[in-house]
Design a protein around this ligand. Structure first.
Ligand SMILES: [Zn+2]
Ligand SMILES: [Zn+2]
Length: 358
């Protein structure tokens, strides 16, 4: 761990997200590193390859939403674009596009998840996708103050940045680097446990170390206030390996959803949300599924980790039951929990429910 020269402020952002997922199994010690491996449900499908590799998507679309007053400067977005162009193999281009400006009043009484589910538009067809939302918990007291973080499960392509979080520390001075750090989580930097914990890098001068060394006096001298403005050779090697590795053919962006096809069912994810579709993936009813997710978000069904769960079914009862049996064995816990809830609904109802659990 760094000894502070002047001020030490952590951005163990991903670590915090994972703490939420697996606080009992894998505690985060004081130095910001995990003591255990990333959960299998986070890593087994290697979703970051969709954004790193040129297959199946030769383009990457990055949507930047912001609550009014928290919009990121264009320079940060330009740096993000340059980083992704260097580290992802997308020969048909990378577009970083400002999306919705969310009214302050809209964010006055809701959660980040609700805002994302309402405002996330998703990529145009044929593009991989990253989602970034900026907000400022100082302007929106209803939004909890949170460390900027990349979400690695269940929708491992989203970054949430609270502009307020680091105000007392390095604040906006490092806003460009924080955005790059979070985006790098989503294209596989530091994922190799040989030089870190599978999330962050042990090399102290690396941008993927969980702790920033920050020397504010350097700004007055016109110098970088941190030595951690670049990725180490190990993290660069991670990203180089991932961009040369094709993802599983079962992974797709489908509208705004990140979809994983399995035996007789599909797992459709959005921020903090898992939808299980039992039936063919050939004609996923995306608009119906989106409606089901909206209903579920207002309903009571949550996974043990607090994820919003919903289920849809399409097909003859025998094939739906076969898909349900397979989903009950899925590697991801929230999918198994959604399957169990649907099973209970089937048991309580003589006719096969066609669409959703709450
Ligand atoms: Zn991090
Ligand atoms: Zn590194």
């Amino acid at each position: 761990m760094f000894m502070p020269l002047r001020q030490l402020t952590g951005i163990c952002a991903m670590a915090m997200a994972l703490l939420f997922l697996a606080s009992c199994a894998s505690p985060i010690p004081r130095d910001g590193f995990r003591t255990g491996a990333l959960p299998q449900e986070v890593t087994f499908w290697k979703p970051w390859l969709l954004n790193s590799s040129r297959t199946p998507y030769r383009k990457l679309w990055v949507e930047i939403d912001a609550v009014q007053g928290a919009e990121p400067p264009q320079a940060w977005l330009d740096e993000l674009s340059a980083f992704l162009k260097a580290q992802c193999d997308k020969p048909d281009g990378i577009r970083v596009v400002r999306g919705n400006s969310i009214p302050l009043a809209e964010a006055a009484s809701t959660s980040i998840t609700s805002l994302a589910l309402k405002y996330l538009d998703g990529p145009p067809p044929g593009s991989a996708f990253l989602y970034v939302m900026y907000y400022n918990s100082a302007l929106n007291p209803a939004l909890k103050t949170a460390n900027p973080h990349a979400v690695v499960f269940p929708y491992p392509c989203a970054v949430f940045v609270d502009r307020n979080y680091n105000e007392a520390g390095f604040g906006d001075v490092l806003g460009n680097l924080i955005l790059k750090h979070e985006a790098a989580h989503l294209v596989g930097a530091a994922r190799d446990p040989s030089h870190g914990d599978g999330a962050h890098c042990r090399n102290k001068p690396c941008l993927m170390n969980p702790t920033f060394l920050y020397v504010p006096e350097m700004v007055a001298l016109g110098l970088s206030p941190t030595p951690q403005d670049h990725f180490c050779a190990d993290c660069l090697a991670d990203m180089a390996r991932w961009r040369a590795t094709p993802p599983s053919p079962e992974l797709r962006f489908n509208g705004p959803f990140l979809a994983r096809r399995a035996q007789g069912y599909s797992v459709m994810t959005l921020p903090n949300t898992v939808h299980l579709h039992l039936g063919s993936a050939a004609s996923l009813p995306i608009s119906q599924i989106r409606t089901a997710v909206r209903q579920a978000a207002a309903g009571p069904l949550r996974s043990r980790e607090g994820f919003i769960l919903s289920v849809s079914a399409d097909g003859d009862p025998a094939s739906v039951r076969a898909a349900l049996a397979a989903a009950a064995q899925d590697p991801a816990g929230p999918v198994r929990q959604a399957a169990a809830a649907f099973e209970a609904q089937l048991a309580a109802q003589p006719d096969m429910p066609r669409i959703t659990i709450p």
